[in-house]
Design a protein around this ligand. Sequence first.
Ligand code: SF4
Length: 332
Amino acid sequence: MMSRKISRIERALDALEPLEASCTLCPRECRVDRRQDKTGICRSGSRAALSSALLHFGEEPVLSGRHDRAASDPVEETSRRGSGTIFFTGCNLKCLFCQNYQISWLGQGREVSDAELAEIMLELQRRGAYNINLVSPTHFLTPILRALRIACGRGLKIPLVYNTNGYEKAEIIEKLAGIIDIYLPDLKYRSSRLSLRYSAAEDYFLRAGPAVQEMFLQQPDLVLDGDGIARQGLIIRHLILPGHVDDSLAVLDWMAQKLPPTTALSLMSQYRPCHLAPKDIRRPLSTEEYRLVVAGAKRLGFENFFIQPEFFRPDEHLLPDFDLPEPFRWKK
Ligand code: SF4
């Protein structure tokens, strides 16, 4: 089984490494020579760079472990093992409102060799992580695959989560078949006007839609183990923006047309205006806006969705601070 994964990784590397010479790994198609450390929009060179690697307890319960009884049940709290999350430096999308702007925009982090990255993955597994959660992996796809080749050869066996902003090329995602166990893409916008305004990517939906469909082809069903932890599947995240409920409903409409109602959907209420958020979205989401989108998802027949009612009310959400050694010791 593991040797099959390693041979898939080798096949993907054969296809993807040549792209580094004139980078077309993502829809930006900057065509810079990454091997010479020339940088494009993601501002990333040839080696992976990361900001943090930690056990994360704030992802969806199927990734981080349950947190519904944590507050009242200390045993439950300590038994959660968390998602082994690696936050990569830089981003190919760079939304103006990014809550991780310290790493995506400001470039906080350090370069690591393929061998170091492999050791980081193995250490997360040793610490009990349920999975390896690769956050913003696309611009470092080749060093990540090289690290995975080493780590899988040394016994990495927990599921791999591809946690992406969704601005992907379907033909690149195709190469990851048989490697990625859980796809966790954002589907941020339906409107090209909004994606241009907030993420300088007019073609966001034209790219993200087919990429998500490819992810669905590879991992259609969310498969859980006996403890309710995901082993494989697809979870589509949608962050609702204040004042743009209509676009959120348009995203859900598209999903309802293209994907079955059993598709796992995570409706995120945690938006807070960060970094360069323009004036029209410089406020948190209202509870009413969140309710409207959740009601829309129910109306469209989605059966399998995660909402953030108790822990992530818009007025209570806390932001990570990547300047801290433990970024998720939340600050307001
Ligand atoms: S991965 Fe980076 S350099 Fe390559 S096309 Fe995308 S933004 Fe440009």
